[in-house]
Design a protein around this ligand. Structure first.
Ligand code: TA6
Length: 302
C-alpha cells in the first residue's frame, strides 16, 4: 500500500491554495482534500485516488453522488464521486477490482484560476516499488480537473518505460439522481453491450436505458455522448467523452446494495453510474515514450 505520509495541509495551502477559491482541508482520517468555492461552482477533490468527491454548479443540486456510508481511510476506496480505475477496469483475480491508483495518495502538481473563473488542478502518480510489485511497469499518470459550470477530467497515461503498456481504465462516475426508477440514460440506442449479470453475454440496447433492477452493462464500442434524464429533479446531465471506446451503466439495486457495507440502505435509489471507459475488448496500448488520454466533460441543463 502507499504508505506515503499525507502531505501537510499547511504546506499544501502555502504552495497551492487560491485565496477565496481553493483551500485544502482534511476529508477524514487525515486525508487531504481540495475544497473549491467559486461563483461558478463548488467542488471537492481528494488527493487519495485523485478522486473528485463533489461538484455542484451554482444554482444546481449536487451532480455527483457520495454514499452516506462512505469510508474515508488510508488505502480504502471511497464509494461515490469519480473513482479513477487504472491500470485495469473490472476484477483481476488476487488483485481486486479497478486497479490500484484509486487508493494511493497522488501528488498535487498544479492549481490555477483562469480568466473565465474556472479552477484547474493537476494531480500525478508515478510508479514505485509498491506499484511495480502489483504491475511491473514504469508510468506517469496525471489527472487534470477543470471546475466551472461544466466539469472536465482528463486522465493521461505516459509510458516512461521501455516496454509497451497494455491497460484498461475508467472514470467511474457516480451521478446523483432524484429517483432511479424515473431516470433514463440516452445515447446508447442500438449500441451493443456486454451484460455482466449474464456472464458478459452480448446484447443490444433498444431505446433509452431504463432501470427496473440491478443493471451492469459494458456498452462497446461507443464514443457517443450520453444524457442522463433525471426526471425527478427535472434536469438532464450530459456526459461527453474523448479517448474512450466504452461506456458502463451500473446500478446495484436492492440486493447487491445489501452486500456493500459502504452503501446506506436505499442509497441505490439516488444514484446511477455512467462511466467513461476503455475496457476489454478495447484495450489501450501505449508505446514506450508515448501517451494516451481519456477525457470526460459533464454539463447540466435544468
Ligand atoms: O462499473 C461497474 C462495476 O464494475 C460493478 O460491477 C461494481 O462492481 C462497481 O463497478 C463497483 O465496484 P467497486 O470495486 O467500486 O465496488
Amino acid at each position: 500500500m502507499n504508505h506515503a505520509m499525507p502531505p501537510d495541509l499547511a504546506a499544501l495551502n502555502t504552495r497551492f491554495a487560491i485565496p477565496g477559491r481553493l483551500r485544502f482541508m482534511d476529508c477524514g482520517a487525515g486525508l487531504p482534500m481540495a475544497d473549491i468555492h467559486t461563483p461558478l461552482a463548488t467542488a471537492r477533490v481528494a488527493l487519495q485516488g485523485a478522486q473528485v468527491l463533489a461538484w455542484r454548479p451554482d444554482g444546481v443540486a449536487p451532480v455527483l453522488w457520495l454514499s452516506g456510508a462512505a469510508v474515508f481511510a488510508p488505502g480504502k476506496a471511497v464509494r461515490g464521486g469519480i473513482p479513477v480505475c487504472w491500470p485495469w477496469f473490472g476484477d483481476r483475480p488476487g488483485q481486486g477490482q479497478h486497479g490500484f491508483v484509486r487508493t494511493r495518495l497522488w501528488e498535487l502538481r498544479h492549481t490555477s484560476l483562469d480568466v473565465h473563473g474556472q479552477v484547474h488542478l493537476s494531480l500525478g502518480l508515478q510508479d514505485d516499488v509498491a506499484t511495480r510489485a502489483l504491475w511491473d511497469h514504469a508510468f506517469d499518470l496525471e489527472l487534470r480537473v477543470t471546475v466551472g459550470t461544466t466539469l472536465t477530467l482528463q486522465l493521461t497515461t505516459r509510458n516512461t518505460g521501455t516496454q509497451a503498456l497494455t491497460l484498461t481504465e475508467a472514470l467511474h462516475t457516480y451521478f446523483s439522481v432524484g429517483d432511479i426508477r424515473q431516470t433514463t440514460v440516452h445515447g446508447l440506442d442500438g449500441t451493443r453491450y456486454l451484460d455482466k449479470l449474464q456472464g458478459f453475454a452480448p446484447s443490444q440496447q433498444h431505446g433509452p436505458v431504463h432501470f427496473t433492477g440491478e443493471t451492469d452493462r459494458v456498452y462497446t464500442p461507443t464514443t457517443a455522448d450520453c444524457v442522463i434524464d433525471d426526471a425527478d429533479q427535472k434536469r438532464r446531465i450530459t456526459l461527453a467523452k474523448t479517448g474512450s471506446q466504452a461506456t458502463v451503466v451500473w446500478n446495484p439495486w436492492v440486493d447487491k446494495e445489501k452486500t456493500m457495507a459502504d452503501m446506506a440502505p436505499g442509497g441505490y435509489q439516488r444514484m446511477v453510474c455512467v462511466e467513461t471507459v476503455n475496457a476489454a475488448p478495447h484495450v489501450i496500448t501505449v508505446a514506450p515514450g508515448a501517451q494516451h488520454s481519456l477525457g470526460t466533460t459533464f454539463s447540466v441543463a435544468v
